[in-house]
Design a protein around this ligand. Structure first.
Ligand code: SAH
Ligand code: SF4
Length: 339
């Protein structure tokens, strides 16, 4: 049985060819899957009943299951999706009332090997990479379930996208070409895998690169992100400079704010110094408490004080809105365990 969801037009043509149907049929099926988000072949009403019956013998729309779906009071949806081998990942859809944008936060791996101390996903360890089809399926499943069109995708769910780069790049290409989500509406977030950042620089990536920096210096970063031992901040900075120079793009620096750990005046000063010659925006993420550790979220006052200290350097600074906190859909809470 072929799964239609996630296939390119060429791949769908192979199926229609085998059924002696015209290439136009393949185009129709492609539209139903990607643009009209149907749940079944029966809904493909511009195909004859006879052809649909024939197609159903060889193909189905999807085999991804929605295991759990939760709706937050702010409209955020969280899905626990199950793939054919029984592994699950979480995908979140964020809607912002005042904007037409619908942003899907997708996972790139089941679990994560990077094991940052503040992150629930990391605590699970690495299970496996997702295929590019499983990455696309997350967006298509949301579209099928809600009937809405996803406009933006961020790779900020479970997993480290740059450690599954081949599948992530292929998924981005399909988002772009088949789902008509422009490259600039795609964001890849990484803990800072330097060789892969260099690879992206050479590909001249036009999507947004977000770096989970989270610390103002080597010592503090080492404490919360083991990866700092392998890819330390000075080398990371060289890679980022090279990336910005080659792609011409502004990057996003993500900075998790943890009370009394990296939210001090001193930290703000050192961060400004580290970033002073990098073309970047800064996104502050108030820490979301998870069960696994006892870090604390700073008060709103200290978040705002930290923000204004950074703003004095002339950089654009935003504070990430908390979405779906009441359904554990906030960053770092996507562990993928069955709820
Ligand atoms: N592995 C990638 C992408 C997934 S994590 C990365 O680390 O960038 C997406 C974002 O959520 C990262 O910036 C991550 O640091 C952040 N995050 C993880 N745990 C968090 C927590 N408990 N509270 C707030 N943000 C968290
Ligand atoms: Fe992995 Fe990102 Fe979590 Fe670190 S923050 S453990 S890199 S998913």
């Amino acid at each position: 049985m072929q799964i239609l969801s996630g296939l390119t037009l060429d791949e769908i043509e192979k199926i229609t060819d085998a059924l002696h149907a015209s290439k136009f049929r393949a185009r129709q099926i492609h539209n139903w899957i990607y643009l009209k988000s149907v749940k079944s072949i029966d809904e493909m009403t511009d195909l004859s009943v006879k052809f649909r019956e024939e197609l159903k013998k060889h193909a189905c729309v999807t085999d991804t299951k929605i295991k759990v779906k939760q709706t937050s009071s702010d409209g955020t949806l969280k899905y626990l999706l199950e793939f054919s081998d029984g592994e699950c990942v979480e995908t979140v859809l964020m809607r912002f009332d005042n904007r037409a944008n619908l942003t899907a936060c997708v996972s790139s791996q089941v679990g994560c090997a990077v094991n940052c101390s503040f992150c629930a996903t990391g605590k699970r360890g690495f299970i496996r990479n997702l295929t590019y089809k499983e990455i696309i399926e997350q967006v298509l499943t949301i579209q099928r379930d809600t009937g809405l069109k996803v406009t933006n995708v961020v790779f900020m769910g479970q997993g480290e996208p740059l450690l599954n780069l081949e599948n992530v790049l292929k998924a981005m290409e399909i988002f772009n070409e088949n789902l008509q989500i422009g490259a600039r509406r795609l964001t890849v977030s990484t803990a800072g895998i330097i060789p892969k950042i260099n690879e992206l620089a050479n590909l001249d990536m036009q999507s947004t690169l977000a770096i989970s920096l989270h610390a103002p210096n080597h010592e503090i970063r080492k404490q919360i992100m083991q990866i700092e031992n392998k890819y330390p901040m000075p080398e990371l900075k060289n890679a980022l400079k090279n990336y910005i120079e080659k792609t011409g793009r502004r990057i996003t620096i993500e900075y998790l704010l943890i009370k009394d750990l990296n939210d001090t005046l001193d930290s703000a000063k050192q961060l400004v110094q580290y970033l002073h010659d990098l073309k970047c925006n800064i996104n502050l993420i108030p820490y979301n408490p998870t069960a696994e550790n006892d870090y604390k979220r700073p008060s709103n006052n200290s978040i705002m004080r930290f923000k204004s200290l950074l703003e004095q350097s002339g950089k654009k600074v935003t504070v990430r809105l908390e979405r779906g906190a009441d359904i554990d859909a906030a960053c770092g809470q996507l562990s993928g365990k069955v709820l």
